[in-house]
Design a protein around this ligand. Sequence first.
Ligand code: ATP
Length: 315
Amino acid sequence: MTEAWGPDDDKPRPFPGPVRVRVPAKINLHLGVGPLRADGFHELSTVYHAISLFDELTARRGDTLALTMEGEGAGELELDESNLIIRAARALARRARVPAHARLHLRKTIPLAGGLAGGSADAAAALLACDLLWGTGFSKDELAEIGAELGSDVPFLLYGGTALGTGHGEAVSPILARPTTWHWVVAIADGGLSTPAVYRELDRLRDGPWPPAALESPDELMGALRQRKPEVLGAALANDLQPAALSLRPALADVLKAGYDAGAVTGIVSGSGPTCVFLATDGPHAEQVASRLAAAGVCRTVVAARGPMPGARAV
Ligand code: ATP
């Protein structure tokens, strides 16, 4: 790492640290999944939306690369070379040709394997935190390019907001809608669902008597975002993975029903599940739906959240 920049040099400098980065969870307002391709991937057409459920990553200077954590998944999540935070730090260090030295600490609120892209969020946080700590000075677009190699949702979690995702979800373009805050209720289940298993289940279901798979574009959802009416947005929410998540976890039907009974505008499985998200009309309504849903006892935790939120940010 170059530490000897002159006083007039405007290159970014390594930061003595600590650097603290907050990163949101994502939900998919539209998740269109195309047929399984010969290369083993599904083409996606999705609308991402960042919500106010955050993980926080602190990066300090160190002589090696080390990760500790607290919160959701502590004791369960491996903190070794398989962790997306370590993989992100190493990928950045390789690209910048600097030693991958940092002490990283994760405070996790986003549930593991919950369909909220917590792992990708942590990778995005690690890219930004290490970039600041090491003074490597990559642009957000450059970090997103490195992030796309780690996971399809990583680029979006660097940008945040509401955005269109294509390809495997890694090609992100922001949706410029009039600023509106949407209010959500997030129902977190006990235990996760494996994303690859949910895709496999979708392929299995589509092999049966279902209509042939087609990639639905999110035109209706994009129109609904412009109208700023919760009932219009609610009617446009769509998730092709929902039948597969319900097939693997039938109890999610009870969660969706309990959300409607609690007065939500509408409810949907988030990404590959098992988290379900419900749309509310405003903040007080979200709090009311959240407390009624919690009382129904059909999920582990219920939280109210807002969106859109910015992507990974130093705080
Ligand atoms: P997605 O919506 O992107 O499919 P998800 O929310 O369902 O993701 P994640 O919590 O992002 O699931 O992670 C899925 C798996 O990735 C975990 O079960 C874990 O094995 C692995 N993983 C690696 N690093 C992390 C991390 N920092 N946080 C969470 N999971 C991680």
